[in-house]
Write a protein that binds this ligand. Structure first.
Ligand code: CMP
Length: 157
């Protein structure tokens, strides 16, 4: 496997708006179709303490309180996805933070319109991904491979 294919893990949270609108399965299907492997998955209600930990890097920003309120308002679907360059691939699939700026074809560009109703959280870097995965999945992830993997890498033609 070449360096540009390094396998990464990333945390993805389908926020309350995704679950309430009944599109969490549709969003998850996009990640699966892209080839990403689900390493962990849970539906949960986030309490305020957990929300504050998750958004700790944004503490002090004008939108912090709203972020914490929104993510703890209703259940979310959290998952760990893995695959070559998973962090960047997922961020590109999710689209620009502000839904009105998200390109068509991205999740936000296809399903979201405004502000904090941006449907998905995805880790933005490898150190953040590690911290977030440990917070959301303290008992770890599930390690396995799929037969299809060999059809999605370049080194096993
Ligand atoms: P999320 O990926 O959950 O993580 C950080 C969140 O902060 C992001 O989604 C946005 O919802 C929110 N955010 C980031 N920048 C801004 C901003 N300038 N104004 C309002 N919300 C923001």
């Amino acid at each position: 496997m070449s360096p540009e294919q390094s396998v990464e893990r990333t945390l993805v949270v389908l926020k309350p708006d995704a679950v309430q609108r009944g599109i969490s399965g549709e969003i998850l299907a996009r990640f699966e179709r892209r080839g990403l492997r689900i390493a962990a998955l849970r539906l949960l209600r986030v309490d305020r303490a957990m929300a504050e930990k998750h958004y700790a890097v944004h503490k002090g920003k004008f939108f912090y309180d709203d972020l914490v309120s929104v993510i703890s308002s209703s259940p979310v679907v959290a998952m760990v996805l893995e695959g070559p360059n998973a962090i960047a691939v997922v961020r590109a699939m999710v689209g620009a933070t502000r839904p009105h700026e998200a390109a068509p074809g991205t999740i936000r560009g296809d399903f979201a319109l405004v502000g904090l109703r941006n449907l998905v959280h995805a880790s933005d870097a490898s150190d953040t991904a590690r911290t977030e995965i440990a917070l959301w999945f303290p008992s770890g992830v599930v390690e396995y491979t799929r037969d299809v993997e060999r059809w999605m890498t370049e080194d096993q033609a």
